[in-house]
Design a protein around this ligand. Structure first.
Ligand SMILES: [Ca+2]
Length: 80
């Protein structure tokens, strides 16, 4: 547990940029990021990670442990 050292450092400043990134990652446009969408986004950003690290990263983003990352959780994660 606690494997958060692989957290990507998104060079994002504004809420608009963060929401644009969210929309890019949210491939099926359901308003929630799945772990598979996160995996695809990391690969697209040339940041492939192990399944273990992917799960740890996703869990740290999914603040309420609902199994999906919504816009609020995503913004909080990126901006912290
Ligand atoms: Ca989605």
């Amino acid at each position: 547990m606690g494997a958060q050292e692989s957290r990507p450092q998104w060079p994002l400043a504004s809420t608009a940029e963060i929401m644009a990134l969210f929309d890019t990652v949210d491939e099926n446009r359901d308003g929630v990021l799945s772990i598979e969408e996160l995996d695809a986004a990391l690969r697209a950003a040339h940041l492939p990670t192990s399944r273990e690290n992917l799960r740890a990263l996703f869990s740290s983003m999914d603040a309420n442990q609902s199994g999906g990352v919504d816009r609020g959780e995503f913004a909080a994660f990126v901006q912290r």
